[in-house]
Design a protein around this ligand. Structure first.
Ligand code: CO8
Length: 259
């Protein structure tokens, strides 16, 4: 079945796919259907050998203005428990291929949390990041208190979570939340370019390196270093390692096959 709230663009650059969140009238508010469609698309792209990196964007006005408040407003705690929407987020988190978020306009609440689930973030000068849940009587629920704090530190995270203040793209860059800020007409192009740069590397090394960097967030230094070393050794079982090192010695560009 065709998804209703996302558009999948295959091969926007070599080995790069693009998923566009597409509920523009609601500023891409993340309702359950949209999140389910996003999860399913990521699963398919993660298994597709032709895809080595993925870009997720919204539109110029909004990446996503958060979870769909209208869909949540009358829910009870037990409804929320039974709906278990975070199992969708847990699946998205397991995507092995790198994801670049292309952010313009609002990235708020669940929208900011979705951005933080991505691996690299390119923003337009108009992007605004925030966790405004406090203003509607709740708090972040999809990782905002944890990932934001790890990215920008306690002081700014506390301020954003407790006051709901939005930060600009430039402030987000300076705080370490995002990778780069570009003029609005270039944000998608730059995100695709960055994804394509990664997609030109060995896809096996990219997946294992992503896995190892993410390990740093939930392990001790010793455990993380051990994990890194195992992945490093494992890559010597790949043809791509032989090709990459041979190509270096022969002074030619490598051709990586993902084997
Ligand atoms: N949910 C539902 N509808 C929304 C949302 C939203 N989060 N955000 C905007 N919309 C709708 C508006 O209701 C409006 O619809 P309508 O035209 O039918 O009235 C339309 O989008 C356009 O919005 P505005 O007219 O408000 O546009 P403005 O440019 O005036 O304002 C803002 C833009 C500032 C972004 C404003 O819309 C706003 O404050 N939105 C809500 C932001 C927010 O509070 N986000 C957090 C939501 S809670 C959350 O994310 C919890 C995350 C944890 C769970 C994650 C699971 C997915």
């Amino acid at each position: 079945m065709q998804p209703e709230y996302i558009i999948i663009h295959q091969q926007v650059a070599t080995h790069v796919a693009h998923i566009q969140l597409n509920r523009p009238k609601e500023l891409n508010a993340l309702n359950l259907q949209l999140m389910g469609e996003l999860r399913d698309a990521l699963k398919i792209l993660d298994a597709d050998e032709q895809v080595r990196a993925i870009v997720i964007s919204g539109n110029e006005k909004a990446f996503a203005a958060g979870a769909d408040i209208k869909q949540m407003a009358d829910k009870t705690a037990m409804d929320m428990f039974n709906i278990d929407q975070f199992s969708t987020w847990d699946t998205i988190k397991k995507t092995k291929k790198p994801i670049v978020a292309a952010v313009s306009g609002f990235a708020l609440g669940g929208g900011c949390e979705l951005v933080m689930l991505c691996d690299m973030i390119v923003a337009s000068e108009t992007a605004r990041f925030g966790q405004p849940e406090i203003k509607i009587g709740v708090m972040p629920g999809a990782g905002g208190t944890q990932r934001l704090t790890r990215a920008v530190g306690k002081a700014l995270a506390m301020e954003m979570v407790l006051t709901g203040r939005f930060i600009t793209a430039e402030e987000a860059r300076q705080a370490g939340l995002i990778n780069r800020v570009v003029p609005v007409e270039l944000y998608l192009q730059e995100a695709v370019r960055l994804a394509a740069e990664v997609a030109a590397m060995s896809p096996l090394a990219v997946k294992m390196a992503k896995e190892a960097v993410l390990k740093a967030f939930d392990s001790s230094l010793e455990e993380g270093l051990h994990f890194e070393r195992k992945n490093f050794y494992l890559l010597f079982a790949s043809e791509d390692q032989k090709e990459g090192m041979q190509a270096f010695m022969e002074k030619r560009p490598p051709v990586f096959k993902g084997k």
